[in-house]
Design a binder for this molecule. Structure first.
Ligand code: ADE
Length: 413
C-alpha cells in the first residue's frame, strides 16, 4: 500500500538516488558493518522526512538492516515525486507522499505511517511525534528520533510539560549534525534555492538574514561569500553580538528591510516579517524562508495589504502594495532550500543520516532503560561519525601522546 504521484517517474528517481549514494560513504560503512546480522529484523519504523534522494538512501539502509519502513513527507512541498516512486517500485518501501499535497492529505499520510504500529518513529519537525501522542498511537512505540532544531524544541517542551510518552533521540543535537547540516548544508542549499527560483545575482545585493543560529550563520556566510552585503537581525543579544564580531551589520528588522534586496528568515519563530515591516519594505524585496515552518513571513498580513497578487515565475508570487511597491515571496514562505531546490547536498546529509541510522540502532538496543525524555546520542557515537567521515575523505589526524592522555603535566615539566 502506497500513495505516490506517478510510478512512471521511478527510473529517474532511481538514477538520482544512486547519484546521492556515491556521496554518502559513511552511511555505506554503517550498512556494511551491521548488515550481516540484520539488527533491525522485524522492527517497524515510521519515518516523516523530506522525501529526497538522501532520505531514500537512509530508508534503503534501514531496510537492508532488516527494518520494515513506511515513509511520509515532513513538508507538503518538498517531496521529490520521482524519488517517492522509485522507493516504492525498486526498493519495496511503503511511501505516502506527493509534492503539493493538501494539509488534510499531509496529515492522512502521517496517520497512515502510524497505523503501521511502528516500534520507532523518525521525525523532522515533530508533527509525526505530536500526532502519535494526540491520537494514541504512542502505545506501540519504543522510541523516536528527531532531525531538526524546531522539532527538538517542541519535544523538549512536551518533556517539560510531562506529556512526552516515549524517549526521543535528538539527532539534531549531535555535533556532527548541527555544525555541518544546519550551517554548511542550509547555508548552501538556501542560497541555491533562491538562485534557482529567481536567477538573481547575489553580488552587490543587500541580504538581510533574520536569526543568527547555526542556520543563520551558514546563510550569512555563503551570502557574503557571493559578494552580498549582509545585515543580521536578532532578538538574542549574545547572538547579535556574535554577528557583529563576525563582521556583519546588525539592525532591527524595521530598519533592515528598508535597505534589503533579499530577506532570508532563519529563526524558528512566527511573524519575523509582518505588517509593520511590509509598510516600509524596499521596493522589489525578495522574501525567502529557511526555517522549518511557513510561519516566519506573515502572509496573512501581506495578503491583506496587497492590491494585486500574481505568480510571476514558478515559486515566485508578486504582491503589489497600495503605494506601488512590490514584494516577492518565494515558495509560499516554505523552506526555500527544499521547495525551490533539492535540499542539502548528499555529502552533508551523509553525516545527519548516519546519526539517524545509529540512533535507530541505539534505540533498538537501549529503549528498555530509557525514560520518556529527550536524549542526545552518546559522544562516542557522535565522534565515530566524524572519524568515519574523515577516513572516507582520506584525512588523517594526530593521536594524543602518552603525556596528553595522562593529563598530569604541569607548567614547566
Ligand atoms: N533537510 C534538508 N536537506 C535535506 C535533504 N537533502 N534530504 C532530507 N532532509 C533534508
Amino acid at each position: 500500500m502506497s500513495k505516490v504521484r506517478d510510478l512512471e517517474l521511478a527510473p529517474s528517481g532511481k538514477k538520482r538516488i544512486e547519484w546521492a549514494a556515491r556521496r554518502m560513504p559513511v552511511l555505506k560503512t554503517i550498512r556494511e558493518d551491521y548488515l550481516h546480522d540484520s539488527p533491525l529484523r522485524c522492527i517497524r519504523v515510521a519515518a516523516c522526512l523530506h522525501v529526497t534522494t538522501e532520505t531514500a538512501n537512509l530508508i534503503i539502509t534501514l531496510k537492508e538492516l532488516g527494518a520494515k519502513v513506511r515513509l511520509c513527507a515532513s513538508n507538503p512541498l518538498s517531496t521529490q515525486d520521482d524519488v517517492a516512486a522509485a522507493l516504492v517500485k525498486y526498493y519495496g518501501v511503503e511511501v505516502f507522499a506527493m509534492r503539493g499535497e493538501s494539509s488534510q492529505e499531509y496529515y492522512e499520510n502521517l496517520r497512515a505511517c502510524l497505523e503501521f504500529e511502528p516500534h520507532i518513529t523518525m521525525d523532522d519537525g515533530g508533527d509525526l511525534t505530536v500526532l502519535a501522542h494526540e491520537e494514541g498511537f504512542w502505545k506501540s512505540i519504543w522510541g523516536g528520533t528527531e532531525e531538526t532544531t524546531t522539532g527538538v524544541k517542541r519535544l523538549r517542551q512536551m518533556e517539560w510539560e510531562g506529556v512526552l510518552k516515549y524517549p526521543i533521540i535528538a539527532v539534531n543535537d549531535s555535533r556532527t549534525k548541527y555544525l555541518f547540516d544546519n550551517r554548511y548544508g542550509t547555508g548552501q542549499s538556501t542560497v541555491d534555492g533562491i538562485m534557482r527560483v529567481t536567477n538573481v545575482l547575489f553580488a552587490g545585493k543587500v541580504v538581510v538574514v533574520a536569526g543568527y543560529g547555526w542556520v543563520g550563520r551558514g546563510v550569512a556566510m555563503r551570502s557574503k561569500g557571493l559578494g552580498a552585503r549582509v545585515i543580521v537581525t536578532e532578538i538574542d543579544p549574545i547572538k547579535a553580538l556574535e554577528a557583529l564580531h563576525d563582521g556583519y551589520d546588525v539592525l532591527p528588522m524595521t530598519e533592515a528591510i528598508k535597505r534589503a534586496n533579499i530577506v532570508i528568515t532563519a529563526t524558528g519563530e512566527p511573524d519575523v516579517v509582518r505588517a509593520e515591516h511590509f509598510k516600509v519594505a524596499n521596493d522589489g524585496v525578495i522574501l525567502a524562508n529557511a526555517g522549518h515552518f511557513n510561519v516566519e513571513i506573515n502572509l496573512t498580513d501581506l495578503k491583506s495589504m496587497a492590491l494585486e497578487i500574481r505568480e510571476v515565475r514558478p515559486n515566485v508570487v508578486e504582491y503589489l502594495l497600495k503605494d506601488g511597491r512590490k514584494v516577492y515571496v518565494l515558495c509560499e514562505g516554505r523552506l526555500v532550500n527544499l521547495c525551490g531546490a533539492e535540499g542539502h547536498p548528499a555529502e552533508v546529509m551523509d553525516l545527519s543520516f548516519s546519526n539517524q541510522a545509529l540512533a535507530v540502532l541505539y534505540l533498538k538496543e537501549n529503549h528498555d532503560r530509557l525514560k520518556p525524555s529527550v536524549y542526545t546520542l552518546p559522544e562516542a557515537i557522535d565522534e565515530s561519525v566524524a572519524e568515519r567521515k574523515l577516513t572516507t575523505m582520506g584525512i588523517r589526524i594526530d593521536e594524543p601522546s602518552e603525556r596528553q592522555l595522562r593529563r598530569t603535566w604541569k607548567e614547566g615539566t
